[in-house]
Design a protein around this ligand. Structure first.
Ligand SMILES: O=C(CO)COP(=O)(O)O
Length: 245
Protein backbone atom coordinates (compact mmCIF):
# COMPACT_ATOMS: atom_id res chain seq x y z
CA UNK A 1 0.00 0.00 0.00
CA UNK A 2 1.47 3.30 -1.11
CA UNK A 3 1.67 6.29 1.16
CA UNK A 4 -1.04 8.92 0.66
CA UNK A 5 0.07 12.53 1.02
CA UNK A 6 -1.60 15.90 0.78
CA UNK A 7 0.58 18.96 0.56
CA UNK A 8 -0.54 22.54 1.10
CA UNK A 9 1.29 25.13 -0.99
CA UNK A 10 0.37 28.55 0.31
CA UNK A 11 2.52 30.22 -2.34
CA UNK A 12 3.06 33.95 -1.51
CA UNK A 13 -0.10 34.34 0.53
CA UNK A 14 -1.04 35.16 4.10
CA UNK A 15 0.31 37.04 7.08
CA UNK A 16 1.86 35.96 10.35
CA UNK A 17 -1.57 36.33 11.89
CA UNK A 18 -3.35 34.24 9.24
CA UNK A 19 -0.62 31.57 9.46
CA UNK A 20 -1.15 31.31 13.23
CA UNK A 21 -4.93 31.18 12.82
CA UNK A 22 -4.62 28.43 10.15
CA UNK A 23 -2.50 26.30 12.46
CA UNK A 24 -4.85 26.80 15.39
CA UNK A 25 -7.82 25.82 13.19
CA UNK A 26 -6.00 22.77 11.78
CA UNK A 27 -5.04 21.59 15.25
CA UNK A 28 -8.67 21.46 16.32
CA UNK A 29 -9.45 18.99 13.51
CA UNK A 30 -9.12 15.25 14.14
CA UNK A 31 -5.89 13.64 12.89
CA UNK A 32 -6.30 12.67 9.24
CA UNK A 33 -6.52 8.91 8.88
CA UNK A 34 -4.15 7.07 6.51
CA UNK A 35 -2.89 10.30 5.05
CA UNK A 36 0.29 12.22 5.57
CA UNK A 37 -0.05 16.01 5.49
CA UNK A 38 2.60 18.63 4.76
CA UNK A 39 2.39 22.43 4.92
CA UNK A 40 4.66 24.39 2.54
CA UNK A 41 4.71 27.97 3.76
CA UNK A 42 6.66 31.11 2.81
CA UNK A 43 10.24 31.04 4.12
CA UNK A 44 9.82 33.77 6.72
CA UNK A 45 7.02 31.93 8.53
CA UNK A 46 8.76 28.56 8.59
CA UNK A 47 10.63 28.82 11.93
CA UNK A 48 7.46 29.78 13.79
CA UNK A 49 5.38 27.16 11.98
CA UNK A 50 7.91 24.41 12.78
CA UNK A 51 7.75 25.39 16.46
CA UNK A 52 3.97 25.48 16.55
CA UNK A 53 3.61 22.13 14.81
CA UNK A 54 6.21 20.29 16.87
CA UNK A 55 4.67 17.06 18.16
CA UNK A 56 1.77 17.18 15.67
CA UNK A 57 1.45 14.92 12.61
CA UNK A 58 1.50 17.90 10.22
CA UNK A 59 4.95 18.15 8.59
CA UNK A 60 6.56 21.34 7.30
CA UNK A 61 7.99 22.12 3.88
CA UNK A 62 9.50 25.02 1.93
CA UNK A 63 8.39 26.14 -1.52
CA UNK A 64 11.85 26.39 -3.07
CA UNK A 65 15.54 26.07 -2.23
CA UNK A 66 18.84 27.21 -3.70
CA UNK A 67 20.93 24.51 -5.36
CA UNK A 68 24.23 25.61 -3.78
CA UNK A 69 25.35 24.65 -0.27
CA UNK A 70 26.37 28.21 0.73
CA UNK A 71 28.05 31.32 -0.60
CA UNK A 72 27.47 34.63 -2.32
CA UNK A 73 23.86 34.12 -3.46
CA UNK A 74 22.10 37.18 -2.07
CA UNK A 75 18.50 36.55 -1.08
CA UNK A 76 18.70 32.77 -1.37
CA UNK A 77 18.07 29.98 1.16
CA UNK A 78 20.08 26.75 1.26
CA UNK A 79 18.83 23.25 1.98
CA UNK A 80 21.12 23.16 5.02
CA UNK A 81 19.36 26.22 6.43
CA UNK A 82 15.98 24.56 5.96
CA UNK A 83 17.17 21.37 7.62
CA UNK A 84 18.67 23.47 10.41
CA UNK A 85 15.27 24.81 11.48
CA UNK A 86 13.46 21.47 11.14
CA UNK A 87 11.94 21.66 7.67
CA UNK A 88 11.55 18.16 6.20
CA UNK A 89 10.08 18.70 2.71
CA UNK A 90 10.73 21.12 -0.14
CA UNK A 91 8.91 21.81 -3.41
CA UNK A 92 11.28 22.11 -6.39
CA UNK A 93 10.47 22.96 -10.00
CA UNK A 94 7.05 24.45 -9.41
CA UNK A 95 5.82 25.80 -12.75
CA UNK A 96 5.65 29.31 -11.28
CA UNK A 97 9.38 29.11 -10.52
CA UNK A 98 10.12 27.67 -13.97
CA UNK A 99 8.03 30.37 -15.65
CA UNK A 100 8.79 33.55 -13.67
CA UNK A 101 12.23 32.85 -12.20
CA UNK A 102 13.92 30.90 -14.97
CA UNK A 103 14.30 27.57 -13.18
CA UNK A 104 15.57 25.24 -15.89
CA UNK A 105 15.22 21.44 -15.85
CA UNK A 106 18.86 21.21 -14.84
CA UNK A 107 18.57 23.72 -12.01
CA UNK A 108 15.47 21.98 -10.71
CA UNK A 109 17.45 18.74 -10.67
CA UNK A 110 20.29 20.39 -8.75
CA UNK A 111 17.79 21.82 -6.25
CA UNK A 112 16.24 18.39 -5.72
CA UNK A 113 19.70 16.93 -5.19
CA UNK A 114 20.69 19.70 -2.75
CA UNK A 115 17.53 19.09 -0.73
CA UNK A 116 18.05 15.32 -0.62
CA UNK A 117 21.69 15.75 0.46
CA UNK A 118 20.47 17.84 3.40
CA UNK A 119 17.97 15.13 4.39
CA UNK A 120 14.98 17.03 3.02
CA UNK A 121 12.46 15.26 0.81
CA UNK A 122 12.16 17.03 -2.52
CA UNK A 123 8.71 17.28 -4.09
CA UNK A 124 9.59 17.39 -7.78
CA UNK A 125 6.99 19.23 -9.86
CA UNK A 126 6.46 18.48 -13.53
CA UNK A 127 3.75 19.65 -15.91
CA UNK A 128 2.97 20.81 -19.42
CA UNK A 129 1.48 24.12 -20.56
CA UNK A 130 -1.78 24.28 -22.50
CA UNK A 131 0.12 24.93 -25.76
CA UNK A 132 2.33 21.91 -25.14
CA UNK A 133 -0.72 19.72 -24.46
CA UNK A 134 -2.46 20.96 -27.60
CA UNK A 135 0.64 20.18 -29.63
CA UNK A 136 0.58 16.63 -28.22
CA UNK A 137 3.81 17.16 -26.30
CA UNK A 138 2.62 16.25 -22.80
CA UNK A 139 4.64 13.03 -22.51
CA UNK A 140 7.76 14.60 -24.02
CA UNK A 141 7.69 17.53 -21.62
CA UNK A 142 7.00 15.44 -18.51
CA UNK A 143 9.72 12.95 -19.36
CA UNK A 144 12.22 15.70 -20.19
CA UNK A 145 11.60 17.34 -16.79
CA UNK A 146 11.76 14.01 -14.96
CA UNK A 147 14.83 12.74 -16.83
CA UNK A 148 16.82 15.81 -15.77
CA UNK A 149 16.23 14.85 -12.12
CA UNK A 150 16.90 11.15 -12.70
CA UNK A 151 20.21 12.11 -14.33
CA UNK A 152 21.53 13.40 -11.00
CA UNK A 153 19.83 11.33 -8.32
CA UNK A 154 18.20 7.99 -7.58
CA UNK A 155 14.41 7.75 -7.25
CA UNK A 156 14.86 6.60 -3.64
CA UNK A 157 15.97 10.17 -2.79
CA UNK A 158 12.91 11.78 -4.37
CA UNK A 159 10.25 12.44 -1.73
CA UNK A 160 7.37 12.74 -4.18
CA UNK A 161 6.65 13.70 -7.76
CA UNK A 162 3.84 16.16 -8.35
CA UNK A 163 2.14 16.30 -11.73
CA UNK A 164 0.82 19.83 -12.07
CA UNK A 165 -0.48 20.65 -15.54
CA UNK A 166 0.13 24.39 -15.91
CA UNK A 167 -3.31 24.88 -17.49
CA UNK A 168 -4.98 23.50 -14.36
CA UNK A 169 -3.15 25.66 -11.81
CA UNK A 170 -5.31 28.37 -10.30
CA UNK A 171 -7.75 28.18 -13.23
CA UNK A 172 -10.58 26.11 -11.75
CA UNK A 173 -10.06 23.69 -14.69
CA UNK A 174 -9.02 20.54 -12.83
CA UNK A 175 -7.67 17.74 -15.02
CA UNK A 176 -10.20 14.95 -15.30
CA UNK A 177 -9.11 11.91 -13.31
CA UNK A 178 -8.42 9.76 -16.40
CA UNK A 179 -6.26 12.43 -18.02
CA UNK A 180 -4.20 12.83 -14.85
CA UNK A 181 -4.02 9.06 -14.32
CA UNK A 182 -2.50 8.56 -17.79
CA UNK A 183 0.34 10.95 -16.98
CA UNK A 184 0.84 9.53 -13.48
CA UNK A 185 1.11 6.02 -14.94
CA UNK A 186 3.75 7.18 -17.42
CA UNK A 187 5.73 8.84 -14.61
CA UNK A 188 5.64 5.58 -12.65
CA UNK A 189 6.71 3.58 -15.72
CA UNK A 190 9.70 5.91 -16.16
CA UNK A 191 10.71 5.42 -12.51
CA UNK A 192 10.33 1.64 -12.94
CA UNK A 193 13.08 1.66 -15.55
CA UNK A 194 15.50 2.86 -12.86
CA UNK A 195 14.17 1.31 -9.67
CA UNK A 196 11.25 -1.06 -9.80
CA UNK A 197 10.79 -1.25 -6.04
CA UNK A 198 10.82 2.54 -5.59
CA UNK A 199 8.36 2.93 -8.47
CA UNK A 200 5.85 0.96 -6.41
CA UNK A 201 6.26 3.17 -3.34
CA UNK A 202 6.95 6.63 -4.80
CA UNK A 203 4.01 8.96 -4.09
CA UNK A 204 2.87 10.69 -7.29
CA UNK A 205 0.64 13.62 -6.44
CA UNK A 206 -1.70 15.63 -8.63
CA UNK A 207 -1.88 19.43 -8.42
CA UNK A 208 -4.05 21.98 -10.17
CA UNK A 209 -7.43 23.27 -8.95
CA UNK A 210 -7.90 20.45 -6.43
CA UNK A 211 -10.87 21.09 -4.12
CA UNK A 212 -12.77 19.05 -1.52
CA UNK A 213 -15.36 18.42 -4.26
CA UNK A 214 -13.10 16.94 -6.93
CA UNK A 215 -10.45 15.26 -4.75
CA UNK A 216 -12.19 11.89 -4.26
CA UNK A 217 -12.52 11.34 -8.01
CA UNK A 218 -8.80 11.96 -8.49
CA UNK A 219 -7.78 9.82 -5.51
CA UNK A 220 -9.82 6.90 -6.88
CA UNK A 221 -7.25 6.54 -9.68
CA UNK A 222 -4.63 3.82 -9.10
CA UNK A 223 -1.58 6.06 -9.62
CA UNK A 224 -2.80 9.26 -7.95
CA UNK A 225 -1.47 9.09 -4.40
CA UNK A 226 -2.49 12.49 -3.12
CA UNK A 227 -2.50 16.16 -3.99
CA UNK A 228 -0.45 19.34 -4.04
CA UNK A 229 -3.01 21.98 -3.19
CA UNK A 230 -2.76 25.72 -3.81
CA UNK A 231 -5.85 27.90 -3.41
CA UNK A 232 -7.89 25.35 -1.46
CA UNK A 233 -5.08 24.96 1.08
CA UNK A 234 -5.42 28.55 2.29
CA UNK A 235 -8.33 27.47 4.48
CA UNK A 236 -7.41 24.82 7.05
CA UNK A 237 -10.88 23.25 6.81
CA UNK A 238 -10.84 22.79 3.04
CA UNK A 239 -7.28 21.41 3.10
CA UNK A 240 -8.40 18.99 5.81
CA UNK A 241 -11.47 18.03 3.75
CA UNK A 242 -9.18 17.11 0.83
CA UNK A 243 -7.28 14.84 3.22
CA UNK A 244 -10.53 13.21 4.28
CA UNK A 245 -11.33 12.48 0.61
O1 LIG B 1 0.15 25.15 -7.99
C1 LIG B 1 -0.56 24.47 -7.28
C2 LIG B 1 -0.02 23.81 -6.08
O2 LIG B 1 1.36 23.82 -6.08
C3 LIG B 1 -2.00 24.33 -7.53
O3 LIG B 1 -2.61 25.54 -7.28
P1 LIG B 1 -4.22 25.59 -7.22
O4 LIG B 1 -4.66 24.47 -6.31
O5 LIG B 1 -4.52 26.95 -6.67
O6 LIG B 1 -4.70 25.38 -8.62
Amino acid sequence: MRERIIIANWKMNGTLESARAWIEAYRTLPAAANCRAVLCAPFVYLPEIVERLRGTPLEVGAQDVNENPSGAYTGEISAGMLADIGVSWCIVGHSERRRYYGDTDNRVAMKALAAAKAGIRPIVCVGETLEERERGETQTVILRQLNAVLAVMMPASIGAVAYEPVWAIGTGHVADPETAQAVHASIRRRIELVDQARAMTLPILYGGSVTPDNAAGLFAMPDIDGALVGGASLKATSFFAIGQA
